[in-house]
Write a protein that binds this ligand. Structure first.
Ligand code: NAP
Length: 239
């Protein structure tokens, strides 16, 4: 039997990059997957890929900066499959640039997608996981959530916050049998990373490597919870 047979997972930022890889692997592992992001065409392509491999997918175009759309994502998933087992908070966004030139509305947008949406989604799905006495919430932070760098202040602050949220939530719900995990990737070869001359993309982490870390958490024994996983490129991408 497939390792996640019968499970239901919500994956945010599912249209490309890391979220796409997570969704495809979960689908292949037997989980039904609700795909959320703003770009419907990208979600549809991922849904097709999952169905082509024999899996089940639900496309829910969602702007995670809006509470009513987050609520609609959870409602649509429950209407379709009647339960939720895994929430993968993967969507992320940030603008680089010096703090003095930053627009405050960009900070707000970053905090809403990277930090607030995972908190709202967790609040909405937790009752279902608690009822079952099992399940998992996995948050995709970043190595930028442990060390700040110039020109990434809001992004880094949001990713630090996501680690704090994860640690608190884990303490709050661990007795319910719910796994709560934060994954901290280094450079991953996705559209988020623009072409930069001194970065060798072939040395970056593959999105599929992060998907494997997610599957590792979801298939971990009930007696343990991998609370924090850092995944760094084996060889430095800086050339
Ligand atoms: P990506 O290729 O740019 O994908 C980001 C995803 O988030 C897209 O599907 C995007 O879809 C979605 N998203 C952005 N804003 C959204 C919004 N307002 N509402 C709904 N969905 C939204 O980035 P990625 O590299 O795969 O990143 C995935 C996660 O890994 C992010 O949290 C990122 O911070 C983290 N991470 C990435 C790296 C890296 O090197 N790539 C390293 C560390 C951590 P739409 O634009 O269609 O909405």
């Amino acid at each position: 039997m497939k390792s996640l047979a019968g499970k239901v997972s919500i994956v945010t930022g599912a249209g490309r990059g890391i979220g796409r890889a997570i969704s495809v692997l979960l689908g292949r592992s037997g989980s039904r997957v609700a795909l959320a992001a703003r770009s419907e065409s990208q979600l549809r392509a991922v849904g097709e890929e999952i169905r082509d491999q024999g899996g089940e997918a639900l496309v829910v175009p969602t702007d995670l900066s809006l509470d009513e759309e987050i609520e609609r994502l959870v409602t649509a998933t429950l209407e379709k499959w009647g339960s939720i087992d895994h929430l993968i908070n993967n969507a992320g966004w940030g603008k680089t640039g010096p703090i003095l030139k930053a627009k405050r509305e960009d900070w707000d947008a970053t905090f809403r997608v990277n930090l607030r949406a995972p908190m709202v989604l967790s609040q909405l799905v937790l009752p279902k996981l608690m009822e079952k006495g099992e399940g998992a919430i996995i948050n995709i932070s970043s190595v930028s959530g442990k060390s700040g760098q110039e020109n990434t202040a809001a992004y880094s602050a949001s990713k630090f916050g996501l680690i704090g949220f994860t640690e608190s939530l884990y303490e709050e719900v661990r007795e319910y049998g719910i796994k709560v995990t934060v994954i901290l990737p280094g450079f991953v070869d996705t559209p988020m990373i623009p072409p930069i001359k001194r970065l060798d993309r072939t040395r970056m982490i593959r999105p599929e490597d992060i998907a494997r870390a997610v599957l590792f958490v979801l298939t971990s024994p009930i007696t343990s919870c991998p609370v924090e996983i850092t995944v760094r490129p084996q060889k430095s991408p800086y050339v």
